[in-house]
Write a protein that binds this ligand. Sequence first.
Ligand code: NAP
Length: 293
Amino acid sequence: MTADIIDGKAIAADLRARVAAGVARFEADTGETPGLAVVLVGDDPASQVYVRNKGRATKNAGMRSIEHRLPASASEAEVVALVRALNADNAVDGILVQMPLPGGVDANRVINEIDPAKDVDGLTETSAGRLLLGKAGLVPCTPQGCIILAKSVRTRLDGAHAVVLGRSILVGKPLSLLLLAENCTVTMAHSRTKDLAAICRSADILCAAVGRPALVKGDWVKEGAIVLDVGINRVGAGEASKLVGDVDFDAAKDRAAAITPVPGGVGPMTIACLLRNTLIAAARRRGLAQPEI
Ligand code: NAP
């Protein structure tokens, strides 16, 4: 079997276009434009690139991008004060605080200051609790992207055995809950799991969010499985360096029915889902029905 390659770039572009159409409808209905505020503290080069990309994607979707930069020397109180000001600003529908924050600033404290109605990263305790309880809320972007990709292969995931490698708050845990909400039978695996290979071999949907290059070997993949590789790992040095996932792609593609490449699989979905969350937040904050996107 040779797997279909799940084209995350194309699926993300399609989602961004649907968000842009939703933004146009929102503007026609309300006379307002959704706004996403991004907070960048310090001068981490990778974070600067991420923030720039998010700002560009926000504008391309027809929304307002509001960037706030604080110096690396900013105190926790200053960051919290900025988040509170954005909570109070009616023109701001979504707030994203770019991680990592400089030492001395407690990321948990800052995240939990975000108004859950504007929590487009879905990382506050309230958003996490709503997800656990199966209540409507804003869902973390990368796991949401994974579900969209899985459903691009199989519209109904009911009854599938999903194995999620990794139990982080950012990816593994929320992804497991979203798969459960899709009526999958979910196994969560992590660094203390025994016989990872056997557990992976039983997966109809295998999701790897570990951060270990090619941890998942080809013969860990069940024939006909859907493989979602969240991992982004840089291997090699200098000009020869490249990005690889957590799955041995070349070996796994001979057994899977469908697989995401790295790069170009799960990665592009994250920003697209951030834009989707921002439009959803803008609609909900005004008491409008959730946009069909
Ligand atoms: P993380 O917080 O470091 O969590 C890694 C998880 O993997 C932990 O739960 C850990 O288990 C588990 N783990 C580590 N080594 C393992 C092993 N040998 N066998 C089984 N499980 C193991 O990482 P993360 O934030 O979830 O990110 C995971 C990967 O996804 C990274 O490569 C990251 O760059 C990537 N990522 C991509 C996107 C995107 O595509 N946009 C977004 C976010 C993250 P323990 O809990 O037992 O320590």
